[in-house]
Design a protein around this ligand. Sequence first.
Ligand SMILES: C[S@@+](CC[C@H](N)C(=O)[O-])C[C@H]1O[C@@H](n2cnc3c(N)ncnc32)[C@H](O)[C@@H]1O
Ligand SMILES: [Zn+2]
Length: 274
Amino acid sequence: MPSPLLACPVCAQPLARHGAAFRCEAGHAYDVARSGYVNLLLANQRRSKDPGDDKAMMAARAAFLDAGWYAPVAEALADAVLADLAAVRVVDVGCGEGHYLRRLRELSDRPLDLHGLDISRHAVEAAAKRDPAGLYAVAGAHRLPLITAAADALISHFAPLEAAEAHRALRPAGRLIVGAPGPRHLFGLRTLVYETPTEHPEFAPLTEGFALIAETRVRYGLELRDAQAVAALIGMTPYAWAADARERLAGLERLDTEVDVIIRTYERRDLAPR
Ligand SMILES: C[S@@+](CC[C@H](N)C(=O)[O-])C[C@H]1O[C@@H](n2cnc3c(N)ncnc32)[C@H](O)[C@@H]1O
Ligand SMILES: [Zn+2]
């Protein structure tokens, strides 16, 4: 079966599923793993042996998201995608373990063709196991294994984004939904990590080839009251990497902090001629 979205990372021709592999017309083949994902990241595109989130970070994020602490964020993200009634072919770039795509499918009253891409094999493997109806591939945001102008919507939520690649992959008037931290995001946690915590800097809206058509800010307080939830939140953030911070936060049984997420919806426009 030809895939409506996936393209060969070597020659950019469409990929088609043949049994347990995806193939292009030129004969490049990519095996589908037993858990259902396909690796479309070429060895020469990999900067490290095991890029992206490691297994522990991915598991911490999965535990935290499963517990529903970011449910209002997932709903806002789904609303942003579903606002375009023509959005069916949706790709989450940097999808992690697929939480937001699964929630999107649950909240949609129309069938969606969902794809998740992430540079972390651990993330994509977990996502594929949990959503057999979706298609998950190991791939980097800077070179998307996607057919040009075929996706109705792309999601980039707390993940690296290459605007020019997103522009190429989206069909005309397709939507790009970008979720990123607002100034106060997890500020309570940051006060525990840094002596003088600063707010997240404003991130500039995209301009070239995209028109900003909607913006939502999701803000609420998180009151974590058990060590497991606190550990999951710390484990999924970059603070997990700083050994001294990890020590200071170890065993913390309660944490009050804010969620502050900005979700922007862009519509793909033609690029101005150069
Ligand atoms: C903060 S996590 C967010 C995951 C998911 N969007 C979520 O919100 O739960 C960032 C994700 O981006 C992935 N990532 C990092 N660099 C990437 C790249 N160059 N291309 C694609 N994904 C990347 C990581 O492996 C990780 O899963
Ligand atoms: Zn090929």
